[in-house]
Design a protein. Structure first.
Length: 666
């Protein structure tokens, strides 16, 4: 039956159109913000690498640059839009509740510029906070021009905030659920409102995906379904992560308290001090700064060690709460996901230590812990479950993630914890406390001690890198060769074992299954293949392989080729030309090419690491490879010489096709 025209008129088409427009603009702003931050991350890596040969100490330059950038960002925030400080989620909640107003003309530029300076400098903040706030500002802009009443205006603000989250993590479903779960107290639930949020999220993901590409934002490959008998372990993990969430909320609130207690002119001095600490950490412990997206991608695939993970977890907790307390634009979603990944990897190492026969991949616990910490901290378990699955593509781990998130939420509630955004919203109405100077000093001393311990641990592991096979600029292994008494160069097993100590500038001699070509001089060169028309060995002589081995032994021992009977024999047909297969060691794969160099630098193999040339690679994944070997035996020998922490990645020997070329990481 045809629908009456009056029913079509009743549909709020202007609201839906406005929501789609807000979502598209939020996707554009989020993609631009993401792209700028990616360039900032790359710029930090380039700057850090270039300072190695600078006349001034690299750490000193980074400390000065960090102080200047953070002071400038803080001045922009305090001068033009103080409400842009922090995540922005609690600000959106207050606006929807009618407690505050949105000055979108100020929020949009200040949040973008100051957020770029703060997050791009390396502060432990996430990009999702600014994109959520900017999306809500775009919703306010549209509501002033296109909303027919206050209810539609609030719907557009909520739709813009959801679109900002969807664009930040390429997670539309998690963004939709976030609005209905986190903003439930101030969101008007109606069919039109829900439809508007869905339209905005879809439009944002379409626009951002068109600019940045599609697929999970933080993919973790090789994740398999956890067996049912292992599910009790995820309940234990949920209890531990719930406790960590309550502690994290308390520390974050204390950090905001401490910085709010500073006198009027001291916040700039505090920002300069944090910037100097940030520069020092960027030089000494790069994993301790930044949003942590690289950690989320690389850490689940390896076993780092309990002590190192414990130290990294403690350092990241302190840098996360310290970065947020300064009062600059930035979110806490990404830092929480990184903390959850570290905690999950730490729990996986403990399980492997106490029950080594279980053989569970560390990435299983890391992914579950990511969602659990989000659920315990934000108190939005459904959002945490869906967000982690969309971020990592871990649909096979849905049940462990659900159990861990629920257990973490129950634990946080039992311990008397409260949602972090409710705590931050209530904090804005309280007077500033007294400045806890001794606490700040104590936290700084603890952080310095942890960084010193981490550097000591890393320095002890650098000796393992000497076991890696050296490579040249072309990515080839450099085996050594020993000259014999007659001036010939014969590759021996002992010289192959010593290849890793050969300088990379020497001539490359690749040992293959095919013997070397005859040289124009020296009587000790054995002819491996008879030329067309030349005499061939007897029919009853030893097989070619045995004959070759015997003659090579004669060459190396006496320098003279053993005489062979010469008998007329029909010349063999020339063998067809066969392309030789090359081999390399594949350590790990990433969805983003920008994650390869930080991983290789953390592992100390940046000079040896290679990847497939972009023109020859047909895959959307980016592999980190080591070595270019002429046969599989060489590759297996090099694989056996890798340090234990690289073998924990479960590297594989990969055959390279003739058109695949290796290129150094940049």
């Amino acid at each position: 039956m045809r629908r009456p025209l009056t029913d079509w008129i009743k549909i709020p088409w202007p609201l839906y159109f406005a929501a789609g427009l807000v979502g598209a603009l939020a996707g554009l702003a989020g993609a631009a913000f993401h792209a700028v931050l990616d360039q900032a991350d790359h710029g930090r890596e380039v700057l850090r690498a270039s300072l190695g040969s600078a006349p001034l100490p690299g750490w000193l330059v980074l400390m000065g640059a960090g102080a200047l950038v953070l002071v400038l960002a803080l001045w922009i925030v305090r001068r033009f839009a103080p409400e842009t400080a922090g995540s922005g989620v609690q600000e959106v909640e207050a606006i929807l509740a009618g407690q505050r107003t949105m000055r979108w003309r100020r929020v949009l530029p200040v949040k973008f510029v100051a957020g770029t300076l703060a997050v791009g400098s390396g502060l432990v903040l996430g990009r999702e906070g600014p994109t959520i706030h900017m999306g809500a500002a775009l919703g306010q802009m549209a509501s002033e021009r296109m909303a027919q009443n206050n209810g539609q205006g609030r719907t557009l603000i909520a739709a813009g905030a959801a679109a900002g989250l969807a664009a930040a993590f390429n997670a539309p479903l998690a963004a939709i659920v976030f609005v209905t779960e986190e903003l439930r107290e101030n969101f008007e639930f109606s069919f039109a409102a829900i439809q508007s949020v869905i339209l905005a999220c879809c439009a944002a993901v379409v626009v951002s995906g068109w600019i940045l590409g599609q697929g999970p934002d933080l993919p973790i490959p090789n994740l398999v379904m956890a067996p049912l008998w292992a599910l009790p372990l995820f309940l234990i993990l949920g209890v531990l992560i719930g406790t960590l969430g309550v502690i994290f909320n308390g520390l974050l609130l204390g950090s905001v308290h401490a910085f709010r207690a500073l006198p009027k002119n001291l916040p700039y001095l505090a920002a300069a001090a944090v910037g100097m600490a940030l520069g020092a950490l960027l030089w000494l412990v790069p994993d301790a700064v930044g949003g942590g997206e690289g950690l989320v991608e690389s850490l689940p695939g390896k076993q780092t060690g309990i002590l190192l993970l414990l130290g990294l977890l403690a350092v990241r907790v302190l840098t996360s709460v310290g970065s947020y307390g300064v009062g600059l634009p930035g979110g806490i979603f990404a830092p929480m996901l990184a903390l959850g990944t570290i905690a999950g990897a730490l729990f996986a190492d403990l399980v492997a230590l106490l029950a080594p026969t279980l053989s569970l991949a560390p990435g299983v616990f890391a992914v579950a812990a990511m969602g659990a910490l989000f659920a315990a901290t934000v108190r939005a378990p459904l959002t945490g479950i869906i967000l982690v699955i969309e971020l990592t593509g871990a649909e096979a781990l849905a049940l462990p993630i659900i159990l861990t998130c629920l257990t973490a939420t129950f634990t946080a509630e039992a311990m008397g914890g409260h949602p972090i955004y409710s705590l931050l919203l209530g904090l804005g109405d309280r007077p500033a406390p007294r400045a806890p100077g001794r606490r700040i000093l104590a936290v700084g001393m603890i952080l310095a001690a942890m960084v010193a311990a981490d550097r000591l641990h890393v320095s002890r592991e650098t000796a393992d890198i000497a076991a890696l096979p050296p490579t040249t600029d072309a990515g080839q292994a450099v085996p050594a060769s020993t000259p014999d008494d007659e001036g010939t160069r014969t590759v021996t097993p002992s010289s192959q074992a010593q290849a890793r100590t050969a300088p990379s500038s020497q001539a490359q001699i690749r040992t293959t299954d095919r013997p070397p070509e005859p040289q124009p001089h020296g009587p000790a060169i054995a002819r491996e293949m008879p030329e067309v028309g030349s005499p061939a060995p007897l029919a009853n002589a030893a097989p070619p392989e045995a004959d070759r081995t015997t003659r090579v032994q004669d060459v190396t021992s006496t320098g003279m080729e053993a005489p062979a009977p010469v008998t007329e024999h029909p010349a063999p047909e020339p063998a067809p030309v066969v392309e030789r297969v090359r081999y390399s060691i594949q350590l790990i794969s990433f969805r983003k090419a920008s994650s390869m160099a930080p991983f290789a630098r953390r592992e100390g193999v940046l000079d040896q690491a290679r990847t497939l040339d972009a023109d020859a690679s047909r895959s959307s994944w980016h592999q980190v490879l080591i070595g270019d070997f002429g046969n599989r035996d060489e590759a297996e020998a090099a694989l056996a010489r890798l340090p234990d922490r690289l073998r924990d990645l479960k590297p594989m020997i990969r055959a390279l096709s003739p058109e695949e070329r290796l290129a150094p990481l940049r």
